[in-house]
Design a protein around this ligand. Structure first.
Ligand SMILES: NC(=O)c1ccc[n+]([C@@H]2O[C@H](COP(=O)([O-])OP(=O)(O)OC[C@H]3O[C@@H](n4cnc5c(N)ncnc54)[C@H](O)[C@@H]3O)[C@@H](O)[C@H]2O)c1
Length: 230
C-alpha cells in the first residue's frame, strides 16, 4: 500500500496547510483531510485541497464509524479541535469535551487498530492561566517579550517548555488538550509496552510492587507515603 496520511481537522487552519505541504512534498502519498466543517470558513479550504490532490472525507472525530469510513493510514495527525479558550463557558461544555478529549481518544483507537504512527497537536494552553499571566513581560514594538533576566523553570525567551508548572486552573480547551495528551502517552505506554517484556508498564509495575510487599511482614506498618500505591 502506498503511504496514506490521515489528517483530522484537515480543513482547518493548520490541518489544511499541513495537508497541502505534505502532498506537495510527498506526491505519491495519499493525503486525506478529515473534517466535520464545524469551523466557519473551513469549507473554503476544500477547493484548494481538491485542486492539490488532497482527498476530503466529511466526518466527525466523535464518531468512530466516521473514522473507520476514512480508512486505514500509516500516519494519523490529530489536528481537529474546538480551539477556543472560551468554549464551554456560559454554554454547554459538551462539544469541547467530546471533540477534544473523546474525539482524540477515538483517533488514538483508530491509530491503534491499524498500527499507525500518531501525531497529536497540543497547545501552550495546557499550562495554567494564572501562572502565564504572572510572567514578567515587556513591550518590544508590537509584541510582548519576556523581561530579560527572568529565571523561572520552563520559561525562556523562546517560550514555555514541558518543565513549566502544570499546577493551577486552565480553560476547558486547555484541560481537554492536557487530558488528551496524557491519554496519548498512556496509550503509547500500554500499546508499546516497551520496557516490560510485552507487559504494559502499569501492569508490570504493579507486579513489582506486590514482590516488594512480600518482603513486608504483617508486623511492619505500611509507611503513609506509600499508601497511594495500595
Ligand atoms: N492555530 C494555533 O495557533 C494553534 C496553537 C496551538 C495549538 N493549536 C492546535 O492545532 C490544532 C489545529 O488548530 P487550528 O488553529 O488549525 O484550528 P481550526 O479551528 O482552524 O481547525 C480545527 C478543525 O477541526 C475541525 N473540527 C472541529 N470539531 C471537529 C470534530 N468533532 N470532528 C472533526 N473535525 C472537527 C474544524 O472544522 C476545523 O476545521 C488544534 O488541535 C489546536 O489545539 C493551534
Amino acid at each position: 500500500m502506498s503511504e496514506r496520511i490521515l489528517i483530522t481537522g484537515g480543513a482547518g487552519f493548520i490541518g489544511s496547510n499541513l495537508a497541502l505541504s505534505l502532498k506537495r512534498d510527498r506526491p505519491s502519498a495519499t493525503v486525506v483531510a478529515f473534517d466535520n466543517l464545524k469551523r466557519r470558513g473551513s469549507e473554503l479550504t476544500l477547493s484548494r485541497l481538491r485542486a492539490s490532490g488532497v482527498e476530503f472525507v466529511h466526518g466527525d472525530v466523535r464518531s468512530i464509524d466516521d473514522l473507520t469510513n476514512a480508512g486505514p493510514a500509516n500516519i494519523v495527525v490529530e489536528a481537529s479541535a474546538e480551539p477556543s479558550v472560551f468554549a464551554g463557558y456560559g454554554s454547554q461544555p459538551n462539544y469541547v469535551i467530546h471533540t477534544n478529549l473523546f474525539g482524540a481518544a477515538n483517533c488514538l483507537e483508530h491509530a491503534r487498530q491499524y498500527g499507525s504512527d500518531f501525531v497529536f497537536l497540543s497547545t501552550s494552553r495546557v499550562y495554567p492561566i494564572n501562572l502565564l499571566r504572572m510572567l514578567p513581560l515587556d513591550k518590544d514594538g508590537s509584541r510582548f517579550v519576556l523581561r530579560s533576566g527572568t529565571h523561572l523553570p520552563g520559561v525562556s525567551a523562546t517560550g514555555i517548555s514541558e518543565s513549566f508548572s502544570l499546577t493551577g486552573h486552565r480553560s476547558l480547551y486547555g484541560a481537554t488538550k492536557l487530558a488528551a495528551e496524557l491519554l496519548a502517552l498512556t496509550k503509547m505506554n500500554v500499546n508499546n509496552a516497551a520496557f516490560s517484556d510485552g507487559t504494559p508498564i502499569t501492569l508490570a509495575f504493579s507486579r513489582m510492587v506486590s514482590e516488594v510487599l512480600k518482603q513486608v511482614g504483617p508486623e511492619m506498618p505500611v509507611r503513609s507515603e506509600y499508601s497511594f500505591y495500595m
